[in-house]
Design a protein around this ligand. Structure first.
Ligand SMILES: *Cc1c(COP(=O)(O)O)cnc(C)c1O
Ligand SMILES: [Zn+2]
Length: 429
């Protein structure tokens, strides 16, 4: 879809995050001199001159309204309606937790595959097509495979994705339906990723989170932009987001900083807090121990979508949490399930395990006095609960089975009133 709204991208180069060496905007992700990760840099004076709140508001109702901030050159970008998900004021959850102004950024309903990964893949595959790749791929914890397969199908690209063999059924089915080639690797995500690095070297494919990673990761900035725009062109006081590789977290930060730099929002010191599962918490552990390096771990948690034991952007996430006076905490699998249920019961949002992790950490930080009740807080819900049904199976009760007769209903209803909620859900009438 072509948009004749506003200017083109202000992306100028790939820059090494460690030594500052510059590279052309090609399919490469590691610095040749110091092996640091490469990141897209922009001409901010061009952005200052050409982008206003009005030009953005006049753009498409998708991440492409922020196109000058995204590293895609041609008008031929892939717009499948990704982004502009609801920012919901969560009053009932806020009251339960003891907060005054809480918002949920609801990427459980992002398009087309119901997770925030549609943002990063829309950008990565748009760039992949520009760079001439005909086959695209990824190393995935589940959602990325869904997204890559779906958007590749839409764009007419060949697709081969790699996942750990033990993923949830909904994530596997939600990839297979688009007819890519799916490699279920007998190993954890970190082993899948290592294999993919080798395949990337031998096959010349565009791996969205390997050789296209600098473009892919920029897509997460839109989670920062949208929250700023949806709050009426203001930044929140505190955000809580899940951490897998740490990329999403770091790019929300970059997004806020860019909006300040370009003058779209007033400067504000936003606090950044991160959420991990106890069963895979290398970043939370480093935070707790005051380390500035990550010790890789072997994941063992129901929060599979964020189970990365050796997080590529872990040190950057640590740095951001520390310098913004935020926190990084982890929670048990039982707390994750409670977090999923709490969000569902209070706000009508069914999230997956990553979202349960975020809500459980939000609760923990409030209880520990690490989020002030007066802070405007945004919790990022990044995926949909229908894809990880196994996680809550057995913890949500059962329907009351009745005969198609009024008296059968009346008896069941009466019992439902007398038993407490948890109990009656278990009862078969
Ligand atoms: C991938 C993923 C994340 C985190 O991604 P990173 O950028 O690697 O930290 C969070 N939530 C969900 C649901 C995901 O699929
Ligand atoms: Zn370098």
């Amino acid at each position: 879809m072509t948009q004749a709204t506003h200017s083109t991208t202000a992306a100028t180069a790939l820059t090494c995050k460690e030594c500052g060496a510059e590279y052309e905007l090609k399919a490469t992700h590691v610095c040749e001199y110091c092996f640091g990760p490469l990141e897209v840099s922009y001409d901010y004076s061009q952005l200052q001159r050409t982008v206003t709140r009005q030009t953005i508001e006049a753009g498409p109702n998708s991440i492409w309204r922020y196109r000058p901030f995204l590293p895609v050159q041609t008008d031929n970008y892939i717009d499948v309606g990704t982004g502009m998900t609801p920012l919901l004021q969560a009053n009932r959850l806020a009251r339960r937790l003891g907060l005054k102004r809480l918002f949920i950024k609801n990427d459980a309903v992002n398009m087309p595959t119901l997770s925030f990964k549609d943002r990063v893949v829309s950008v990565a595959l748009s760039r992949a097509r520009e760079l001439g790749f005909s086959t695209v791929s990824c190393a995935s914890t589940g959602n990325l495979a869904n997204s890559t397969a779906a958007i590749a199908a839409h764009a007419g690209l060949d697709c081969c994705v790699f996942i750990p063999a033990d993923l949830e059924a909904g994530k596997v089915l939600g990839t297979l339906i688009y007819s890519p080639t799916v490699m279920a690797v007998q190993g954890n995500y970190d082993q899948v990723n290592r294999l993919c690095c080798e395949v990337a070297n031998t096959h010349g494919w565009g791996f969205v989170n390997i050789n296209l990673r600098p473009y892919y990761s920029e897509g997460s900035k839109t989670l920062g932009y949208e929250v700023a725009e949806q709050l009426g062109w203001q930044l929140p006081d505190h955000i809580v987001a899940p951490l897998a590789s740490g990329s999403l977290f770091s790019k929300i930060y970059k997004g806020f900083q860019e909006f300040i730099k370009v003058g779209l929002v007033d400067e504000k010191a936003v606090r950044f807090s991160g959420a991990q599962a106890d069963g895979c918490s290398p970043i939370a552990q480093a935070f707790a121990e005051g380390r500035d390096f990550i010790n890789p771990v072997k994941p063992n948690t129901i929060a599979k979508s964020i189970a990365i034991g050796n997080p590529a952007d872990g040190v950057y996430a640590l740095e951001i949490a520390r310098k913004t006076n935020g926190n990084i905490a982890s929670v048990s699998d039982a707390e994750i399930i409670d977090g999923i249920k709490l969000l569902a019961e209070t706000e009508g949002i069914f999230t997956e395990t990553a979202g349960g992790t975020t809500i459980a950490v939000l609760k923990k930080l409030v209880e520990a006095g690490k989020i002030d009740p007066d802070e405007t807080t945004v919790a990022y819900i990044t995926g949909n609960g229908l894809k990880t049904q196994e996680a809550v199976q057995g913890y949500i009760g059962e329907p009351l089975t009745i005969e198609p007769k009024l008296d059968s209903f009346e008896r069941a209803w009466e019992r439902a009133q007398t038993l407490d909620r948890l109990e009656w859900q278990q009862v078969l009438v």
